[in-house]
Ligand binder design. Sequence first.
Ligand SMILES: Cc1cc2nc3c(=O)[nH]c(=O)nc-3n(C[C@H](O)[C@H](O)[C@H](O)COP(=O)(O)OP(=O)(O)OC[C@H]3O[C@@H](n4cnc5c(N)ncnc54)[C@H](O)[C@@H]3O)c2cc1C
Length: 332
Amino acid sequence: MERYDAVIVGGGVIGLASAWRAQQRGLRVCVLERGEAGGGATRAAAGVLAPDPETPGFTALARCSAELWSAFAEELGDVGYTRCGSLVLAFDEQELGEGWLDGAACRALEPGISPDCVGGLLLDADAQVDPRRVVGELVQRLDNLRTHADVVDVTPQSVELADGSRIEAERVVLAAGAWVARRLARRLPIRPVKGQTLRLRGRLPATRIIRSEHVYVVPRASGETVLGATIEDVGFDETTTDEATALLLRQAMRAVPAVAELELVEAVASLRPRTPDDGPLIGEWEGFLVAGGHYRNGVLLAPITAEAVAALLAGDEPPPETDPFDPRRFEV
Ligand SMILES: Cc1cc2nc3c(=O)[nH]c(=O)nc-3n(C[C@H](O)[C@H](O)[C@H](O)COP(=O)(O)OP(=O)(O)OC[C@H]3O[C@@H](n4cnc5c(N)ncnc54)[C@H](O)[C@@H]3O)c2cc1C
């Protein structure tokens, strides 16, 4: 029987990044992915790296991971990482807050935004990365990645695949995204929240991420523009809908009218893994290591999660910013 130091169930951005960091510590790691690597939520993600202030613990975690991103991206090569900043637009005077720019100042920064914009907030620290290119680079660096390997059962020291074969490991890491509690670990408090994004081709007259209340527009240097994202509480439904496509296009055109001139090339739907407090689960749980529940921020949080998983697998202390995200915090 095959045996590894660690088997990681799930080849999304979290599982792949964790495997890479663990491998760099000299561990023998195998990633098992039931479809294609990065084919889950990672494929739908826009790659916005925006440490939105939420709870104090989350903000510290998100800021720390955002700081790790530039070195993480540099190690991987050209993955479209750029600290482009965001401009959050307001269309109503009542939305304006302290420190917001007026409409003219916004248009001086980003001439492509709508003439109806009355003001905006500049967030210089925001960055973006192309999650699909991140996956491509990670895949090339992994010694043992098995795709089309559907894990049907897990114990803390072994996994069983749909073809009946078993693989043993010192540790089993659960990184199966929104699907982890469906079949593998039913008591883990992670549930799916659907999101849809659109990919368009053609150069947009914008350099920053343009955000408004309902949409974000992500112009990439490659000439791709990503529009996101819906938030739909509909269980394990991963279908794209014409309604969502129309809504995202309409809202994006309201923010940046030239979106109307771009060619729609792809609509994607996937499931975000959500926990009861919207914070991730990183750490020990019933004999497993869990790296999941990253909800809307899995790409942003990949570098710090990978550091934590690799440290825990190697018997070291994880970064202290991950302490509040102990998977056992919901147990009574
Ligand atoms: C529309 C949308 C937009 C988003 N935009 C952003 C963004 O801009 N910035 C950001 O930071 N985050 C964003 N996110 C969130 C981000 O995509 C997720 O938090 C992140 O992908 C979670 O990574 P993961 O590896 O845990 O899950 P996933 O990427 O879903 O990967 C889990 C993998 O596990 C595999 N798997 C499941 N069950 C099994 C099994 N039994 N056996 C083997 N393999 C299995 C799946 O096939 C999948 O590939 C977005 C998400 C969505 C849906």
